[in-house]
Design a protein around this ligand. Sequence first.
Ligand code: FAD
Length: 307
Amino acid sequence: PYDVLIIGGGPAGAAAAVYAARKGIRTGVAAERFGGQVNDTLGIENYISVSATDGPRFAAALEGHVKDYEVDIHNLQRAEKLTPAAEPGGLVEVRLASGATLKGKTVILSTGARWRNVGVPGEAEYRNKGVAYCPHCDGPLFKGRPVAVIGGGNSGVEAAIDLAGIVKHVTLLEFAAELRADAVLVNKLRSLPNVSVVTNAQTTEFTGTKGKLDGLNYTDRVSGEARRVDVDGCFVQIGLVPNTEWLRGSVELSRHGEIIVDAKGATSLPGVFAAGDVTTVPFKQIVIAAGDGAKAALGAFDYLVRH
Ligand code: FAD
């Protein structure tokens, strides 16, 4: 068995692996796709000390750093079931889709999250070519240009407020008749001169020219009329879904499906830790996930020392 078995090979899992291996303990990582969400990222300009890089290069650097140490990497392996230790200090088991079972004295869950898609034509085609999901990451790319935000919940309204300070104009589209964000955010949004809000808007298509987004079409759900906004960028803010479907019933989750962790990354199960976007940690970013992975590895090491 491993001393530390890490499930997920994004920034959180990679940082956990480096920190665990540097303690000289048996460390393994199983990941469906090493690198995680970073693989789908075009430019990364906010990982401190790295002025600018791109997703595939960053993902390769994560893997390279982990391979500097004696870590078993099980890439392209999906975890399907977690069985808690029979008693504290016992072995935690993780069954993989391949049928194999990995065991660890401690386990770190770092399976990340995925952005919910609108699911209309053009979304996949113009992803990273105008269709974006992370205002902290990609907002500055649209400086002085018109953008749209889809989603009128807290994250959509926060994104619109954030973007309004950078871009020329923000059109916020909400499917329902009213914005669902907290009143304080909605009031702030309404006070901004370069934001317009469209409710009852059902996005039907993202369109582009020369391989770049040029706008989106939507239906006014009251009149049934087809409408359009011309924008260079569109931020989709309709939810971030944690990859915890396989953990339901084993580890305690928040009502949003995130793994509940304490200050040391410990979950509700003895010996099971979690880190990064899959947890209740606020603000989902690479630098935060990496720090969180380091913290969970040190939490796991602390647990091993005591059991
Ligand atoms: P992830 O990166 O999601 O990694 C999860 C890992 O778990 C992957 O290896 C995955 O394959 C694996 N996994 C999932 N389920 C299973 C399973 N059942 N079994 C085994 N393995 C599993 N952040 C920034 O700071 N700057 C940016 O510029 C930036 N741009 C972004 C652009 C895009 C398009 C996206 C989608 C995100 C961006 N982010 C950015 C956010 C950032 O990528 C995430 O916050 C970060 O990757 C989270 O790291 P993580 O390790 O927690 O999870």
